[in-house]
Design a protein around this ligand. Sequence first.
Ligand code: PGA
Length: 248
Amino acid sequence: MAYLFANWKMYLNSAQADALMEDLGQVDLGSVEMAVFPNTLDVRKALGALRGNHIAVGAQNAAWVPQGAYTGATSAQVFADGGCTHVLVGHSERRHIFGENNDDVRKKMEAALDAGLTPVLCIGETKEDMEADKTMYRLKKQLTKALEGLVIPKGKLFVAYEPVWAISGSGNGTPCAPEKAEEVHHAIREEMKGLVNWDVPLLYGGSTNDENVVSYLSLECVDGVLVGRASTTADSLRNLIERMKSVS
Ligand code: PGA
């Protein structure tokens, strides 16, 4: 079994999202466990179109307050009431484009868990961090700030390692060498032992596609992938699923 979490970001217009959901509703997933993160307006449609194929639907971002005078925000509670089960928390684009810091991420983690959502905590170092040999320093800080002291029920958390420089579109789109991904995932797994008392599934993300997905999934510490661009067309998504089925 392997996880495929598809982060559609803001790539698709309404007609494209409809077509992709219709296609995905028909795909044979085999042992691939999938969740889709559409834009907020398409969440309800996704819940209807993907339920039959047992594909979970999550929010790309959620506000930490449940309700109130917060123009433009949608809370974790509202997503949960609407039928979402997952939420991305601390995605690199939220941190680096929208200025969210570790305190914001912590508040979102708490709100997501309070609402009964499963957070997918995204962590990753910048190119500058990497070049200054600060990868683990950055990741430990992100993990500790987000998780320390929280009691998280078994199965209610994923951690996605997404090096900022590896993300296509917002980063440099340089895929992370699988050996490096393994080394970092291993260190994350060790760090997680002091924070959560069960084995949290770890995902890799950053320029993943049908050609390289197997090299990440064969790593011991990688349980699945968080995919952006390559999950946004029917052909590339189907190819990705086929590749994943062949190794999971
Ligand atoms: P990408 O995005 O696969 O397009 O690099 C991954 C992500 O940001 O979640």
